[in-house]
Design a protein around this ligand. Structure first.
Ligand code: GLN
Length: 190
């Protein structure tokens, strides 16, 4: 039986993650309410707008249950806005975060000149490069001692993991390559 994977379905590229999981034969459950969390064995937090996702999570009563689930070690794949949400803290601004990952993240870190770009990345655990799609992407400014860096752009970490959380600045759901979803499902990076 494939595991039950939830996708936080408040805002952002939820449908694209559903397609990426579907390619691996995994059906997803949308997570919109606290009770949806009880059914799942893994969670995807999609790209989108982290401030909006955080505020909607607050409004739907999901903020505390999500924080508790992440603190309890729920396997989580967090992409782009998702990476911001699972950070312990961000460099600037005040917005609701879920935490779970001992990193400091900088939002929109690549600057206006590089708002969106694509590049092939070497990812630890994958045998050939992964095409990274970056859209107003964050990077990891500081990693805690239990956090492993899985990919970088220059010297900036753009994919990290700790325990069963994998967080990345780019969007594997916007390519037709599900290797990162598979790596996460198989416990890669931990
Ligand atoms: N810059 C966005 C944010 O702060 C993230 C962008 C994305 O998910 N593509 O949430």
């Amino acid at each position: 039986m494939p595991p039950n994977i939830g996708v936080l379905a408040l805002q952002g590229d939820v449908r694209e993650h559903r397609v990426a999981l579907g390619r691996l034969g995994i059906s997803y459950r949308p997570v919109r309410l606290p009770e949806d969390l009880e059914e799942i064995e893994g969670l995807v937090i999609p790209g989108g707008e982290s401030t909006t996702i955080g505020r909607l999570a607050e409004r739907f009563g999901l903020l505390h249950p999500l924080r508790a689930a992440l603190a309890d070690g729920l396997p989580t794949l967090a992409t782009c806005a998702g990476m911001i949400l699972v950070a312990g803290s961000i460099v600037e601004g005040d917005q609701p975060l879920l935490g779970g990952l001992d990193v400091v993240v900088r939002r929109n870190a690549f600057g206006r000149q590089n708002e969106s770009f694509e590049m092939d990345l070497d990812v630890k655990g994958l045998d050939r490069p992964f095409h990274g799609v970056f859209i107003r992407a964050p990077w990891v400014e500081k990693v805690g001692s239990d956090v492993e860096v899985l990919a970088r752009v220059g010297d900036r970490p753009v994919m990290v993991s700790s325990g069963r959380i994998v967080a990345l600045s780019f969007h594997p759901e916007l390519t037709d390559d599900s290797r990162i979803h598979r790596l996460w499902m198989e416990g890669g990076g931990s």
